[in-house]
Design a binder for this molecule. Structure first.
Ligand code: E4P
Length: 226
């Protein structure tokens, strides 16, 4: 499984990248607004993220018609070679995905909540599909089981002929709220988990690691003083 960081915060991205396990970044309009992002600085901000991270960096279009999304997508793709255009799973989004993918531009279909939506996205040439886990949990439904269904359904077929460059579609477990979400997503075979920085920090922690380290350090002190 690969890890993307789900944030627009440059300090978080730099810190996570320094850990050596970061494969990419996903942003969305909410995450950009959370860092006080300005409309006219959006492209520059995505460029700054791409300077830190070599892997895929998802930048979302907020346009609502296919022509506008395609226009947006072409502009976003010009920012850096690793930009992935993030598009909501809706009719206009599917049409734009097909057009952009045919031009060799990678697309991440977001706000995906069902197997039929995921299959349509894969057929429309999506390079990444992002089923949301936590938002199902928010409405008292089982987000992990929905994710598992998408992973299985997409894995049953080969969609590589749908993308312009013949790449395999990858499933990004999104809207991740806990380290357990990551564990379960990996067990289900999701290709990628995009995690907020607070979850990434929790992933590295274990009380037995802390306890073990404490006793090793104490015993080493005995060795040093012997
Ligand atoms: C995915 O790419 C989205 O940016 C993100 O995972 C949404 O998470 P949320 O439901 O916590 O807002």
């Amino acid at each position: 499984m690969k890890f993307f960081l789900d944030t627009a915060d440059l300090d978080e991205i730099k810190e996570a990248a320094s850990w050596g396990a970061l494969a990419g970044v996903t942003t969305n309009p909410t995450l950009y607004s959370r860092i006080g992002g300005k409309l006219d600085d959006f492209h520059n901000h995505i460029a700054r993220i791409c300077e830190i991270v070599d892997g895929p960096v998802s930048a979302e279009s907020v346009a609502m018609t296919r022509d506008e999304i395609i226009r947006d997508g072409r502009e976003l793709a010009k920012i850096a070679p690793n930009v992935v255009v993030k598009i909501p799973t809706m009719v206009e989004g599917l049409a734009a995905c097909r057009a952009l993918s045919d031009e060799g531009i990678r697309v991440n279909m977001t706000l995906c909540f069902s197997v039929p939506q995921a299959i349509l996205a894969a057929r429309a040439g999506a390079r990444y599909i992002s089923p949301f886990v936590g938002r199902f949990d928010d409405i008292s439904e089982d987000g992990l089981s929905q994710l598992g269904d998408v992973v299985t359904a997409i894995g049953n077929y080969d969609y590589s002929e749908s993308t312009a460059n013949g790449e395999q579609v990858e499933i990004i477990a999104a809207s991740i709220r806990s380290a357990n979400h990551v564990t379960q997503s990996a067990l289900m075979g999701a290709d990628i988990a995009t995690v907020p920085f607070n979850v990434l920090k929790k992933m590295v922690q274990h009380p037995l690691t802390d306890r073990g380290l404490e006793s090793f350090l104490k015993d080493w002190e005995k060795v040093a003083n012997a």
